[in-house]
Design a binder for this molecule. Structure first.
Ligand code: ZN
Length: 246
């Protein structure tokens, strides 16, 4: 099976469209590690696409807050403002879809998925030592996660944990050929709001027969998303940060 992995789409329709165009013909199933909404101006469009196209999904922390499952108070002012704006923009069915999204972790045929960590969907796993408890959970050699908006992740081989790389600025992809006796905790990166210094939309492909993970980046018209953030009355810094990828 060939999979398209997406995470942290965050209501950025132009980023998602660029990802789908670049990945076209390279996957049979779509899997999502959560955070459909928040920050950007297209929550309804992303929810409708996800509902129609994702074979497997776990919810993210922004999905929970907008759905009314979790408290707004956990968010900073900018994220709160965006969450309130998003709640007003969604109809009852779209809110019900968010409310019903399953909590991770989920075990699929070839890998696990979760948003933050298997123990806590709100936990940021940014360093090798923070990845250790996640590896203890593995029943399969591969898992995909999100939440940090940083593409890459970690491997664990004979007790040693280290970071995985990602495509450099001039590259479109970085390939990870899965090796035996090694566990892989992979972040496909954020489609809609990358924070790893690379403003291009991020995603991953996984071919379970070839045991190959490909981390990918694709440019999209950031200025269109930023202009609509402005027009919608969302905080202006949400548009600015997209150009810098943080
Ligand atoms: Zn997120």
């Amino acid at each position: 099976m060939r999979y398209l992995l997406v995470s942290d789409l965050h209501a950025n329709r132009y980023a998602l469209e660029a990802v789908l165009a670049a990945a076209q013909g390279q996957y049979e199933q779509v899997v999502c590690c959560g955070d459909l909404v928040g920050y950007n101006p297209h929550p309804a469009e992303i929810i409708e696409w996800t509902r129609a196209n994702c074979q497997a999904i776990v919810r993210g922390n922004h999905d929970k807050v907008v759905a009314g499952i979790d408290d707004l108070e956990w968010f900073n002012d900018v994220a709160q403002a965006a969450a309130r704006w998003t709640m007003r923009r969604l109809d009852e069915q779209q809110l019900a879809y968010l409310r019903a999204l399953p909590q991770g972790p989920a075990k699929l045929d070839h890998f696990h998925i979760w948003h933050g960590s298997p123990a806590d969907e709100d936990e940021y796993v940014t360093e090798s030592r923070e990845a250790m408890p996640s590896f203890a959970y593995f029943e399969l050699p591969l898992a995909f996660f999100g939440h940090t908006h940083v593409q890459g992740g970690f491997f664990s081989k004979r007790g040693r944990i280290g970071p995985l790389s990602r495509p450099r600025a001039q590259e479109q992809e970085y390939r990870i050929q899965l090796e035996p006796d090694t566990l892989y905790l992979v972040n496909p990166g954020s489609v809609g709001q990358p924070r790893d210094g690379d403003p291009r939309a991020a995603y991953a492909l996984f071919d379970s027969e070839q045991k190959l993970v490909t981390l990918c980046r694709v440019e999209y018209p950031i200025e269109k998303t930023a202009a609509e953030i402005q027009a919608a009355g969302l905080p202006g810094m949400l548009g600015l940060r997209l150009f810098h990828g943080f």
